[in-house]
Design a binder for this molecule. Structure first.
Ligand code: ATP
Length: 421
């Protein structure tokens, strides 16, 4: 039996807000691999890590590649390190690339490390110590913070995954307005949704496949299948050259960042969770258009927020009322507020207590504290103070999920169109 040995390559922290993208760097490496007859095993991977990580540029993503560990491994390593040296944005203080080479099977402890990189914060020292303990070859550039994400990128198991097709611009167009035919994006969405998703935010008329930063990416299309991506690329028209494109396998839109919390008090700041609670008060809007309310359970309570960028989602949240039981998905941020990504209604409180109706048909008024009710029309009186339960109509529905719009969605958040898969 022939046993094939693999070389795992992790790369992270090469870009800055002014340019580059680690996926573009990876695509350049893959081109050089091809020129030299080095074949990738499986798709390159784009792995999103802790959304609250402090030094992220945008979406906290690391990249990993897997090749056969044969006589070309030395050349492959040279290519990777050469491209990272050549293309990383070294001038930016916050760009601290890290490259990892690992030869062998991904172990359970490496998988556990990867989940920690999604759920918690890891220091450079911790990552380095861990990497050495499992036999990683570690390359740090400047502070080398990228090794934290690089080790996670090679180690994360993908029980659920999606794909993203990234098309790259000619470097002379970097920083200029992207020339994408928006009508063709609408057509692409019509022809390929829900196999592709997150293309357009219809509520905001926002083209989500187009980045808003000066990076090399012309557009990125997300999908459950490679076939749908290829079809989508055929439909989207652009009026500038695409110098290269690459499909990544990714943990985007899998909810991998969400941990199931037993109760409210067990959740920690900077963690992402799903938790069930009872709405304590009617959601209200405060300065800046953010909407807040509390949920509670037997262990405690937490403030939940639907922030201004979530736009119309706040309207949906405003339909919640005291006593509703909901399951919220999201993360606990800076202000210790639970930032809602989506929620599911478990049980609506559709009962309202009102004054009784008089025999004459008119709703009665209170006759004063502990004095029962009185009808203002016919003078009829009831001694009891007890209001009567009335079933009310609700805009929200039991069991239904409600989510933030595409324009405000996290890379890791699973959209409802994937929830039933
Ligand atoms: P882009 O999405 O454009 O590729 P980015 O948002 O991924 O950019 P990076 O340049 O990769 O930003 O920077 C993120 C940094 O955070 C990396 O150095 C990575 O190693 C580090 N990092 C990732 N996960 C964690 C974590 N759990 N704890 C601490 N640091 C982390």
């Amino acid at each position: 039996m022939i046993i094939i040995n693999f070389l795992h390559i992790g790369i992270d922290d090469t870009d800055s807000p002014d340019g580059m993208c680690t996926t573009y760097l990876a695509s350049q490496i893959i081109n050089k691999f091809e020129e030299n007859g080095i074949k990738l095993q499986d798709y390159p991977r784009l792995i999103r890590l802790n959304p609250f990580a402090r030094f992220k540029t945008r979406g906290n993503g690391g990249v990993s590649l897997k090749i056969e560990n044969d006589e070309n491994a030395g050349l492959a390593k040279e290519i990777v390190l050469g491209e990272v040296e050549k293309l990383s944005m070294f001038d930016c203080d916050n760009t601290n690339p890290g490259v990892i080479f690992y030869d062998g099977e991904i172990t359970k402890e490496m998988e556990d490390y990867a989940f920690r990189a999604i759920y918690e914060f890891i220091t450079i020292e911790e990552a380095e110590e861990f990497g050495k303990s499992v036999g990683c070859e570690i390359h740090k550039f400047k502070k080398g913070r990228g090794i934290i994400g690089s080790i996670a990128a090679i180690s994360l198991p993908l029980s659920d995954y999606t794909f993203e097709l990234l098309a790259y611009r000619d470097s002379k167009n970097y920083g200029t307005e992207r020339r994408i035919n928006y009508d063709s994006v609408y057509l692409m969405d019509k022809e390929t949704f829900p196999d592709t998703f997150e293309n357009i935010d219809y509520s905001e008329n926002y083209i989500a496949i187009e980045p808003k930063t000066p990076c090399p990416v012309l557009y990125g299309i997300r999908s459950n299948t490679v076939e749908a991506l290829k079809k989508a690329k055929e439909i989207v028209e652009v009026a500038e050259p695409i110098v290269d494109w690459c499909i990544f396998k990714t943990n985007q839109h899998t909810d991998m960042h969400i941990q199931k919390a037993d109760n409210i008090s067990s959740m920690k700041q900077y963690g992402c969770y799903e938790v069930v609670g009872e709405v304590k008060n009617k959601p209200t809007v405060i300065d800046g258009g953010h909407m807040f309310f509390y949920i509670k359970d037997e262990s405690g309570e937490i403030e939940c927020g639907a922030y201004e960028p979530t736009k119309n989602f706040r309207k949906t949240v405003s339909y919640l009322r005291e006593g509703d039981i909901i399951r919220v998905f999201g993360g606990i941020g800076e202000q210790n507020t639970f930032n809602i990504e989506k929620f599911q209604v478990i049980k609506l409180n559709d009962v309202e207590y009102q004054n009784p109706i008089c025999e004459c048909g008119k709703r009665m008024a209170s006759a004063g504290r502990n004095k029962g009710f009185k009808c203002k029309k016919c003078g009829n009186k009831i001694a009891s103070d007890e209001k009567v339960p009335i079933k009310i109509d609700r805009f929200l529905e039991n069991s239904q999920f409600y989510e933030t719009p595409v324009s405000a969605r996290r890379h890791l958040s699973k959209p409802l169109c994937r929830m039933l898969l």
